[in-house]
Design a protein around this ligand. Structure first.
Ligand code: PEP
Ligand code: MN
Length: 360
């Protein structure tokens, strides 16, 4: 991974738009569907058409893709519209078929990235290719595993490499289908600033209404591209219906998104400042979520205390918490004074919550 400039180079060498916009259906369903969507996308900012042919589904019984047949439809869409085409490959056989059908970009799905044996098999099948390979993050929030997959392709002499951030599984239900955990791609970007980073807002969101905001955050963080699931009739899509948007909506979205260009000292300063502020916003959002979570646990304790007729304030426990937090704060370069202020406020809010529960 040392030759970082080279990794980014393919984006410029292919004269691809910045940011790169990849769009198309979650799955190829019929020839007519693929061609309809491709023609509707042709005059938008999207330069690459996506469609899943082999669909990894969490549970059996759902639509698992049309298989190799769909590659012919993608190839036809490429001939008719001039768009580049991309699909997911999950084993060496898929790679073979995709290469035979002139697929320009191959992506590695989140469920594949978790498996070093499969990733190695795919990397071996792609040894020395001049095709572009985009590696989605693994389903679990593990940066090392994500980078490990990228490294396998790099070692197989795949020069046109990039990564796709599609969010991470969580057991707890949140507003996202897959939690963005922005700090992970931010870390990756800090370590490999020249590895193109693309956002897949569709699988993070799982719904249409927050796709725009996710894309804007990504652009504010200097992502290099977007991969958005797009369908001419989203509600009737055979997979991921809730998160797909119409080509027309995508077109409007790319008009409305703020895109920063890095040129000139003053502008560069503004860009850097804005990026840092977006990072702060991400962390602030996490702080609020964690505080909310803490108070909900506090409510549970309140209910327990009520049932067992125990007093709210437990001084011994409180002093233990403070002592531990002061020590942990030191590790993070946070002063004792600050930790005391923050935890007194948290404790007070906690007491208020429990009082409310007990008086109910
Ligand atoms: C997809 O892009 O349709 C897909 C299956 O994505 P992921 O691997 O991110 O779940
Ligand atoms: Mn999908």
């Amino acid at each position: 991974m040392e030759n970082k400039k080279e990794l980014r180079g393919w984006l410029d060498a292919m004269e691809l738009a910045h940011p790169l916009v990849i769009a198309g259906p979650c799955s190829a369903e019929t020839e007519e569907q693929v061609l309809t969507i491709a023609h509707q996308l042709k005059d938008t900012d999207a330069t690459v058409l996506r469609a899943g042919i082999w669909k990894p589904r969490t549970r059996p019984g759902n639509f698992e893709g049309v298989g190799a047949l769909g590659l012919k439809w993608l190839q036809k869409a490429k001939q008719e519209t001039g768009m580049m085409i991309t699909t997911e490959v999950a084993n060496a056989h898929h790679v073979d078929l995709a290469l035979k059908h002139d697929v320009d970009i191959l992506w590695i799905g989140a469920r594949t990235t978790v498996s070093p044996f499969i990733v190695q098999e795919i990397a071996d099948a792609l040894q020395g290719t001049d095709k572009t390979v985009l590696v989605k993050n693994p389903v679990n929030p593990d940066l090392a595993l994500w980078l490990g997959a990228v490294e396998r392709f790099h070692s197989a002499d795949v020069k046109n490499l990039g990564v796709i951030h599609r969010g991470f599984s969580t057991y707890e239900k949140t507003r996202y289908r897959n939690n963005p955990e922005w700090q992970i791609p931010i870390d990756l970007q800090n370590r490999f600033p020249d590895l193109p980073l693309i956002l897949d807002p569709s699988h993070i969101a799982g719904r249409r209404d927050i796709i725009f905001d996710l894309c804007q955050t990504a652009l504010d963080l200097n992502y290099d591209g977007l991969m958005v699931e797009t369908h001419h009739d989203p509600d009737n899509a055979w997979s991921d219906a809730k998160q797909q948007i119409k080509p027309k909506t995508l077109d409007q979205m790319t008009v409305d998104l703020r895109i920063r260009k890095e040129e000139g000292d003053a502008i560069e300063f503004q860009n850097k400042l804005a990026t840092a502020r977006t990072k702060i916003d991400v962390v602030d959002h996490q702080l609020i979520e964690m505080l909310g979570k803490r108070m909900r646990i506090s409510d549970e304790i309140g209910a327990l205390k009520k049932k067992n007729n125990v007093a709210i304030l437990q001084t011994k426990r409180w002093n233990e918490i403070l002592g531990k937090m002061i020590l942990q704060g030191e590790e993070q370069n946070l002063s004792e004074e600050f930790i005391l202020k923050v935890f007194k406020a948290i404790h007070q809010e906690s007491i208020n919550h429990q009082k409310k529960v007990i008086s109910e």
